[in-house]
Design a protein around this ligand. Structure first.
Ligand code: ATP
Length: 429
């Protein structure tokens, strides 16, 4: 068949042995149940690009719920959406595998091996966004490693282009505009001429306006969670996407510079902040808004329908930059403990934003110091050490530890002995 090719060598070469083993197990199970299973979408694309992709998306020609439930008997955690015929199974070690039913005609199954590759797979792939994302690789034993590429995804990867499958693609789902820009920048592909024309007319035609706040927010979040979000943001600007999404928005040199710095600082931020990754995009969103007038900012925040907590972070980012600069910009102060006290209640995403948005190097240096080191400073003595020293388990212990932390932040107490001596002298039993 002209649209198939044996790429088993590529699987063996590119995937970790555990992943191969998992895929073989999945394929064997599918075969046993009389179904066909494929890896699809991003993981196939990234195989050819030599990029790691940890998302394991499987499509079965057959019935995904039945396939999924078969793993329950092996004691694995399975969740199933009967309505969409999709679900997830979690393998030992925590590996999550998403399984979907090749859409259309799934009611024909299970059947005794009709054709090798059926229309349902083709239809499933046809619903996807770009040709490079519309390839599948069979993982059944008998057809292990056969690439199924109906729409020329492989050819387009070779040409380094991103191409929609049909002319109504962006009309059908305008989020593909944002996905397209994101993938173009991340993968170093170029939107193919006709695709770019269709994308532009989708933007001009106002189709993005119809996107719900929730979907828009999800797409923006993904764009701003990229390793380097700036190129996509710049491309959105060029293509007039920001103006359509947030009319009146002004992204000038300050916003752009902040954006670039955010990308650069991100890697330096300590990983200790809980859930930081889920909120870091808010710093980028704030950078996007920082040069626009208040009413435009508020309209943009409303447009995304953010939950109160996230809304609060963005508002704080934008409204408190001046106060932060005032507080942390002194020539000779503040001390480390003062920096700590000032920033400890702020969200780390806001701190990140301020560090990138300020034009004052002292302010930037102090915030980064907080984000990389100060925030996780604590006294060397712990509560139980104090109890061993004879202190009662009362709130006084908290107060002592707090005092020790401050002195350690400022470099006054350097080691454990210093701390013990200080406590004995200043907090008599
Ligand atoms: P990423 O690495 O960002 O996760 P991905 O391509 O794997 O990239 P997912 O969002 O995980 O992206 O989507 C998985 C697959 O689902 C895509 O490869 C694509 O085939 C398909 N897909 C996702 N969103 C859409 C959409 N809006 N329209 C059509 N197909 C989509």
């Amino acid at each position: 068949l002209p649209w198939t090719e044996d790429v088993s060598w590529l699987l063996e070469k590119s995937l970790a042995p555990e992943s191969i083993c998992l895929l073989r197990t999945l394929g064997e199970r599918a075969e046993k149940l009389g179904m066909r299973a494929y890896i699809v979408g991003g993981i196939v694309r990234d195989l050819f690009l030599g990029r790691d992709n940890l998302d394991l998306d499987i499509v079965v020609e057959g019935d995904a719920p039945r396939f999924l439930k078969s793993w329950e008997k092996d004691g694995l955690r399975v969740s199933v959406h009967e309505r969409y015929k999709t679900g997830t199974v979690v393998f030992p070690g925590g590996k999550k595998v998403d399984v979907a039913t090749a859409r259309r005609e799934f009611y024909e199954f299970p059947v005794a091996q009709p054709k090798v590759f059926t229309d349902s797979l083709k239809h499933d792939l046809y619903r996807r966004d770009f040709t490079v994302n519309a390839m599948a690789v069979s993982i059944n034993q008998s057809t292990w490693g056969v690439l199924v590429d109906f729409f020329g995804g492989r050819r387009d990867l070779g040409k380094k282009i991103l191409k929609v499958l049909h002319n109504l693609s962006f009309v059908e789902d305008p989020t593909r505009v944002l996905r397209g820009i994101r993938l173009e920048q991340r993968l170093g592909l170029a939107l193919e001429d006709n695709t770019l024309r269709l994308l532009r007319s989708c933007v001009r035609g106002g189709l993005l306006v119809r996107l719900s706040g929730f979907r828009l927010r999800s797409e923006l979040e993904l764009s701003f969670r990229e390793r380097f979000p700036y190129p996509a943001a710049k491309r959105m600007e060029e293509l007039g996407v920001w103006e359509v999404l947030f009319p009146g928005l002004r992204l000038g040199e300050t916003g752009r510079r902040t954006f670039r710095r955010l990308g650069a600082f991100l890697g330096r931020i300590s990983r200790d902040f809980p859930d930081f990754r889920g909120r870091q995009w808010l710093a980028f969103f704030s950078a996007l808004l920082m040069e626009s007038p208040e009413n435009i900012r508020l309209a943009a925040i409303d447009r995304l329908n953010l939950p109160e907590s996230e809304r609060g972070i963005v508002v704080k980012c934008l409204s408190e930059l001046g106060a932060v600069e005032h507080e942390l910009g002194g020539r000779s102060g503040p001390s480390n403990s003062q920096i700590y006290a000032f920033l400890r209640d702020a969200d780390p995403a806001a701190c990140l934003f301020w560090s990138a948005a300020t034009g004052r190097w002292r302010v930037r240096r102090r915030i980064l110091l907080y984000l990389t080191r100060l925030h996780r400073t604590s006294s060397l003595l712990k509560g139980r050490d104090l109890i061993e020293l004879g202190y009662g388990a009362t709130p006084r212990i908290g107060a002592i530890l707090e005092k020790l932390k401050i002195l350690r932040l400022d470099g006054i107490l350097e080691n454990r002995d210093d701390e013990v001596r200080y406590v004995r002298y200043n907090f008599p039993l």
